[in-house]
Design a protein around this ligand. Structure first.
Ligand code: 13P
Length: 259
């Protein structure tokens, strides 16, 4: 059976205590869901991570970092190195989130350095890609995504595939002003992403889960998760209440099992 991925990026929300309470509730709510059938992950703020790691069994909820510098140490004020995240006992690192690219100006070449460093340190690496509204308008979404993937994953050996996840998060769909992608559009783009991963890594690329993110909510989650090329949902706002996220996961899983 296909494993489904459900995760949330907490962005710059929830402090240490709030994150802890949220995680404990989410673990408790979802404890009956088989982790062979679903992979659940949460990506809190850096400052919440040390306590989060202590309060959560990562077999139940995998914890990740929202970003990472690519050097082990050095004169990089404000950066967090892979060694520091390793020391925390983390297993997952997100690279290239839309807000890193578009608010903080990160480029594909930097994402590639981060992906390489994260893989070298043994992290599962979630590379986020997505086109802007303007790029979609000009009809170049496919070209943009292929570039983000080809540069972001350049020089990575296919033996690392089991450590790679990809999230498709169209920039125009993320956040309070975002418009969710239709399930049909997301499916078409996910196919393009999977074809590109095949171009890069060959047949082994089938193993890489491709998640959809961007204004996922209880109304559209079911329609999205039943698409053949969508392997999971990467959720922001609709996941930040543990009860609501639990419900969304259950409804999506039910829709998938009964499609
Ligand atoms: P929203 O679901 O709030 O649009 O955020 C999605 C996202 O950015 C997840 O990384």
């Amino acid at each position: 059976m296909k494993k489904l991925y459900f995760g949330s990026n907490l962005k710059m929300y929830k402090g240490i205590e709030e994150t802890k309470v949220y995680l404990e509730k989410l673990c408790d709510n979802t404890k009956d869901l088989s982790r062979e059938e679903i992979e659940l992950f949460i990506i809190p703020s850096y400052t919440s991570l040390p306590d989060a790691v202590k309060s959560v069994n990562q077999q139940m909820v995998r914890l990740g970092a929202q970003n990472m510098g690519w050097e082990d140490q050095g004169q990089f004020t404000g950066e967090i190195s892979p060694c520091m995240l390793e020391e925390l006992g983390l297993q997952l690192v997100m690279v290239g989130h839309s807000e890193r690219r578009h608010v903080f100006g990160e480029k594909d070449i930097e994402e590639n350095k981060k992906v390489k460093a994260a893989l070298k340190h043994g992290f599962t690496t979630l590379l986020c890609v997505g086109e802007t509204a303007e790029e979609k308008e000009y009809g170049i979404a496919t070209e943009v995504l292929r570039t983000q993937l080809k540069v972001g994953l350049h020089g990575i050996d296919s033996s690392r595939i089991s450590q790679l996840w990809v999230a498709y998060e169209p920039v125009w769909s993320i956040g309070v002003n975002g418009i969710p992608a239709s399930a049909e559009y997301a499916e078409v783009i996910h196919k393009v992403i999977k074809e590109t991963l095949f171009d890069i890594f060959g047949e082994a690329a089938e193993e890489i889960p491709v998640l959809y993110g961007g204004s996922v909510n209880p109304q559209n989650a079911r329609q999205l998760i039943i698409q053949p090329s969508i392997d999971g949902l990467f959720v922001g706002r609709a996941a930040w209440d543990a009860d609501k996220f639990d419900r969304l996961i259950r409804e999506a899983k039910y829709a998938f099992d009964n499609k």
